[in-house]
Design a protein around this ligand. Structure first.
Ligand code: FE2
Length: 398
C-alpha cells in the first residue's frame, strides 16, 4: 500500500499552501445543502426536526404534483437538508439506491458563482454528468443547477442563485409542511454551518478520489495524515483533506489501512453502505455546550468517550495556557473531546449512526482559532468506535 506522503510529496500533518492549485473557473461559496435518500421521508423529517432541532421549511410530494417522490426540506442554522423517498415501486432509481445503500447521503450541493462554468470545467476534466445545467424558476426568481458524479454513488450539485428569494429552491412548496409539535417546545439546538463532510472510500481509492476533486473541481490538497499516526494498534486509516480555492469547502477523504489485524472503521462503513459514501457531516457553531445539551435533552445519542480520555487533560491544557469555554468536568459529562495547540482549539462530539446500518453520522463542533480536524483525538475516538464495532461483531473478520 502506497504511503500517503508519496502521493502528495509533503509531510503529513502539514497544511498545504493553496498556491499549489489553480483558481477554478468560478468561485465556490461553501455548502448549500445535503440530500439524503431515505425509505420514509416523513418519519426522517420528524427525526431531524425532533432530535436535531431542525425546522421543516418546504415540501414536494403528491399534493404539489410530484408523483414519484416525496421530499421534505429542513433548515438547521445556515444549511439545508433534503430528505427524499420514492412513492411507489415503479420508480427505479431511488428504490435501487435504497436497496443497496440504505438511508444515506446522496448529494452534497455547493453554492457557486457560475454553475455552468464549474460544470463544464468538471466534465472537460473527466467528471460524469448526472444532470446538465438547467435554469429553474418560479414566482420567487431563478437558479441554475447542474450535477456531476463524485465518488461511490455520491453526487455534487452546483447551485447558482441568480435572484432567488424563496425559502429554498424552485419546485418546493411552503404548504403541506408538517411540524413536529415536540420540536417547538424542546430546547433550541442552535445549529451553525457545515464545516466539512467526510468521504469514506474503499482500499486504494484515496488517490483517485482526491484527484477527482483536484482535477475536476479545482480543489487542492489541504492536509493529510497517514496510517502510522491514524491507528489504534488494532485498526488504521489514511486521510487527505481537499478544499476549494478559497477554502470554504473542506472534504477529508479516508481509505482503510490493511496493515492492521482489525477491520478499519472506514472498511466497516464501506461494507455496510455497499460502496464509498459520506461518513459524516460536521456542523460548527460558537457554543457547542448549548447545542449538545439541547441535542441530548431532545433524546439524541452521542458516541461515548473512553473515561481515561479526560485523565490529565487539565494539565495538558494548562501547559498550553489555554482556557476553554467549557470545563473538563462538563466535557466528561457531555462526551465532548478537544484538540488544541498553543494558538487555539476545537471541541467535538459525534452522534451515533443516524440509521440502523453503522454508516453516516453527524459531528457537532466548535472552533476557536483552530483549523484542524481533531487529529489529537483520533486515537481515543477510534478506540471508542472500535468498542462499538466489537459490540456489532465487526472489528475482526470471522
Ligand atoms: Fe469531522
Amino acid at each position: 500500500m502506497q504511503n500517503i506522503n508519496s502521493l502528495v510529496g509533503l509531510d503529513q500533518g502539514q497544511k498545504y499552501s493553496k498556491m499549489k492549485s489553480c483558481a477554478p473557473p468560478a468561485a465556490y461559496h461553501g455548502f448549500h445543502h445535503i440530500e439524503m435518500r431515505v425509505c420514509n421521508s416523513y418519519q426522517a423529517a420528524m427525526y431531524f426536526s425532533t432530535f436535531m432541532g431542525m425546522d421543516v421549511i418546504a415540501y414536494k410530494g403528491l399534493e404539489t404534483g410530484s408523483k414519484d417522490y416525496s421530499s421534505y426540506v429542513l433548515r438547521g442554522g445556515d444549511f439545508f437538508l433534503i430528505l427524499t423517498s420514492p412513492l411507489n415501486s415503479n420508480e427505479k432509481k431511488v428504490n435501487a439506491y435504497l436497496k443497496k445503500h440504505g438511508d444515506s447521503i446522496y448529494d452534497v450541493a455547493f453554492l457557486v458563482d457560475d454553475a455552468k462554468a464549474i460544470y463544464q470545467h468538471a466534465v472537460e476534466n473527466g467528471a460524469k454528468t448526472v444532470s446538465r445545467p438547467e435554469v429553474m424558476k418560479d414566482s420567487e426568481g431563478e437558479v441554475v443547477i447542474a450535477t456531476v458524479s463524485a465518488f461511490g454513488s455520491v453526487v455534487h450539485t452546483f447551485v447558482e442563485n441568480k435572484n432567488y428569494n424563496g425559502v429554498f429552491l424552485p419546485g418546493y412548496s411552503t404548504e403541506h409542511i408538517l411540524e413536529s409539535r415536540l420540536h417547538t417546545v424542546l430546547p433550541d439546538t442552535s445549529l451553525g454551518h457545515i464545516d466539512h463532510i467526510v468521504a469514506n472510500q474503499g482500499p486504494g481509492l484515496l488517490k483517485t478520489t482526491t484527484d477527482f476533486y483536484i482535477q475536476c473541481l479545482g480543489f487542492h490538497p489541504y492536509w493529510s495524515i497517514d496510517d502510522d499516526l491514524l491507528q489504534t494498534g488494532n485498526t488504521g486509516l489514511r486521510s487527505m483533506v481537499v478544499a476549494d480555492y478559497d477554502e470554504t469547502i473542506k472534504i477529508p477523504v479516508n481509505e482503510p489501512s490493511e496493515n492492521f489485524k482489525g477491520v478499519s472503521q472506514t472498511q466497516e462503513f464501506v461494507d455496510f453502505h455497499g460502496l464509498g459514501g459520506v461518513q459524516h457531516v460536521a456542523i460548527c457553531n460558537n457554543n457547542l455546550e448549548v447545542t449538545v445539551r439541547a441535542f441530548r435533552d431532545r433524546g439524541g445519542h452521542v458516541l461515548p468517550v473512553p473515561e481515561n480520555y479526560y485523565d490529565d487533560l487539565d494539565i495538558a491544557l494548562e501547559k498550553c495556557q489555554l482556557k476553554l469555554t467549557v470545563s473538563v468536568e462538563t466535557m466528561k459529562e457531555l462526551d465532548m473531546v478537544v484538540d488544541f495547540d498553543e494558538n487555539g482549539y476545537i471541541l467535538q462530539i459525534f452522534t451515533r449512526p443516524l440509521q440502523s446500518r453503522p454508516t453516516s453520522f453527524f459531528e457537532l463542533m466548535q472552533r476557536n482559532n483552530h483549523d484542524g480536524f481533531g487529529a489529537g483525538n483520533f486515537k481515543s475516538l477510534f478506540s471508542a468506535i472500535e468498542k462499538q464495532q466489537e459490540a456489532r461483531g465487526t472489528l475482526f473478520r470471522k
